[in-house]
Design a protein around this ligand. Structure first.
Ligand code: BJW
Ligand code: ZN
Length: 260
């Protein structure tokens, strides 16, 4: 999927309420970025909620829970096989690249993503935790082996580990705990951050949604980037209304000029 329409932010792009945000980012020593499905929307990856969301067609409790997998692993795997195939054709957009540039420029930085699509890593982000797992990893329900897997298709669905038990996607479903080390790193970064960038998330799913509040309580300046208001909007120090692939390059570009 091309991102030509979003490759360059116009030089005169207006960041309503963004001057202060850019200045805070320019002055920041330690930044936490929290991203959600909206950051990949302009790469062609569907979001979960909203008019075009994945869950307009599929009920989450039918597919994204351990109970659903126990009831019908083939159905759940068909959904994931379809998503792997469609996401494999998607490429990072200007928002992913802007966050990779911040990673490269700042002394202290962490990207905590809720996304499972792998596009941040493809864009070059390095200091990153995947809070909800990855579409590109499998976990054995028997022996617990975790394996990277980018196969375009599987010989049979549901796929099986060499030990004979079923593979499941290494993704955090509702009611399951988030990976402990990733979560600890994210909350530690939230407590240390001068600035938190919250991009493309509905801020509904916990515990990830708690990160900006933790950071703000510890003194951080919170910048939200989202075309729609969310439950965080009234609490963020500034809420920039617009598409991530347009606003982030402008915000980070201005901030990046003076970064050490
Ligand atoms: C753009 C844009 C553009 C569009 N540019 N923006 C407290 C209160 C109530 C409930 C709970 C609570 N704490 C925990 C819970 C339960 C639950 C939860 O949060 N439920 C809420 C929904 C109420 N949480 C959990 O169950 C978590 N586990 C847990 O808490 O475990 C506790 C435990 C401890 C110890 C032992 C056992 C248990 C797990 C949560 C797992 C979330 N997993 C999912 C799906 C996985 C399936 C899959 O991917 O295959 O992860 S849910 C789904 O939502 C996915 C996402 O990562 C996550 C967040 O969604 P996101 O990214 O915000 O996407 P959208 O679609 O919601 O929003 C997109 C946004 O982008 C919108 O705002 C658009 O406007 C915007 N946008 N275009 C910028 N171009
Ligand atoms: Zn196994």
């Amino acid at each position: 999927m091309s991102d030509e329409s979003t490759r360059a932010a116009p030089a005169d792009v207006r960041l309503d309420g963004g001057e202060e945000a850019a200045a805070r980012l320019r002055a920041a020593r330690s930044v936490l970025a929290l991203t959600g499905a909206g950051v990949s929307a302009e790469s062609g990856v569907p979001t979960f909620r909203g008019p075009e969301g994945l869950w307009r067609e599929f009920r989450p409790e039918h597919l994204a829970t351990p109970e659903a997998f126990a009831r019908d692993p083939k159905l759940v795997w068909e959904w994931y096989a379809w998503r792997r195939e469609s996401v494999a054709a998607c490429r990072p957009n200007a928002a992913h690249r802007a966050l990779a540039a911040l990673d490269a420029a700042l002394p202290s930085f962490l990207l905590a993503t809720q996304n499972v699509d792998g596009l941040h890593a493809l864009a070059g982000s390095r200091r990153m935790v995947e809070l909800h797992g990855s579409l590109w990893r499998l976990r054995c329900t028997g022996c617990g082996t975790v394996a990277d897997d980018r196969r375009a298709s599987f010989p049979e669905l549901p796929p099986r580990c060499p030990c004979g038990a079923l593979w499941r996607p290494d993704i955090v479903w509702f009611g399951e705990p988030l990976p402990a080390t990733a979560l600890e790193r994210a909350f530690a970064a939230a407590r240390e951050a001068d600035v938190v960038l919250v991009v493309g998330t509905s801020s509904l799913v916990y515990p990830a949604a708690a990160l900006p509040y933790t950071a703000q309580s510890a003194g951080a300046y919170v910048i939200e980037v989202n075309p729609e208001p969310t439950p965080l909007s009234g609490h963020a120090d500034v809420s920039l209304r617009g598409r991530a692939a347009l606003l982030l390059p402008a915000l980070v570009g201005r901030g990046a000029e003076a970064l050490p």
